[in-house]
Design a protein around this ligand. Sequence first.
Ligand code: SAH
Length: 261
Amino acid sequence: MAYVKPKKHLGQHFLTSQQTAWDIVDALTMHGDYKKVLEIGPGTGVLTDKLITKDNFETQVIEIDIESVEYLRNELGLAEEQIISGDFLKLDLPTIAPSPVAIIGNFPYNISSQIFFKVYENRNQVTEVVCMIQKEVAERIVSPPGKKTNGILSILLQAYYEMEYLFTVPPDVFNPPPKVDSAVISMKRNTRDVVPCDEVLFKKVVKQAFSTRRKTLRNAMKAFNLPIELTEQDVFNKRAEQLGVEEFIDLTQKVEAVLKS
Ligand code: SAH
C-alpha cells in the first residue's frame, strides 16, 4: 500500500478513525435538490472513500498536494474529472460548481479562516458546509452574540448560514496528532437572499467594529468619521462582541444613511 508522508506546511493531519469519518460524511444533509459535493483537502481519502459510496452524491475533490493526488488516483481509483489538483483558495468556485454545491472536508487548520471567507463570498453557490476545524475556531464561529468568542466570521457567516457545533474530536485519532482539539461543524444556507443594507459596507462595518474588540463602537468606528449625532446613540456604547447579525445590519443602515447624506 502506498503511503503519503504527512506534510506539516500543508496542515496534513490524516484522520485515522473510520467511525469519525462516517459521522462527518453522514452529517451532510444535501437539503434541496442537488448532488454536487466538493471535498477540500482529501489527503489520502478517508472521507472521499465514503463520499463515493453515496449514489446521490456527485463528488469532486480539490487537493494541493501532488502526492495525495497521485494516491487518490491510484489507490482510490478516482476519475480525472473528480480530481482538481490545486489550491482551493485560488479556485474560481462558480466555474466548477455553477450552483449549488455542498462543501465538506477536514480543513487544513492554517487556512480555515480563508476558506470561510471564500465560502462567504460564494454563499449563493454553497448550500451547505460540513467541516472539521480547530475546536477553538469552531466555538468562535458558531457562537451567539454576546460571547467574547464572537468575531468577524461569526457575524458574516451567521448572516447567511444556520451554524451548528456537531461534535468534538480528540487529537489521538489523527496521524500525526494535532496539538489542539478539533470539532466538526455544520453550516446550512438560510433563506436570506441579501442583507437589507449595503453588502460591502456591512462587511466593512463588521471588520472595523471587531478591529479593536475591547473598545466601544464609538472608539472602534473612529476611522469612519461618523458625525457625533450618530455616535452619541446608545449602540455606540457597546462593544462589537455584544452585537448580533441584526444589530450589525441596523448599524450598517445607520452608517449608510450618514454616508449618503
Ligand atoms: N481529509 C484528509 C486530510 C486532512 S489534512 C483526512 O481527513 O485525513 C488537510 C488536507 O488539506 C491535506 O491533504 C492538505 O494537503 C490539503 N490542503 C492544504 N492546503 C490546501 C489548499 N490550499 N487547497 C486544497 N487542499 C489543501
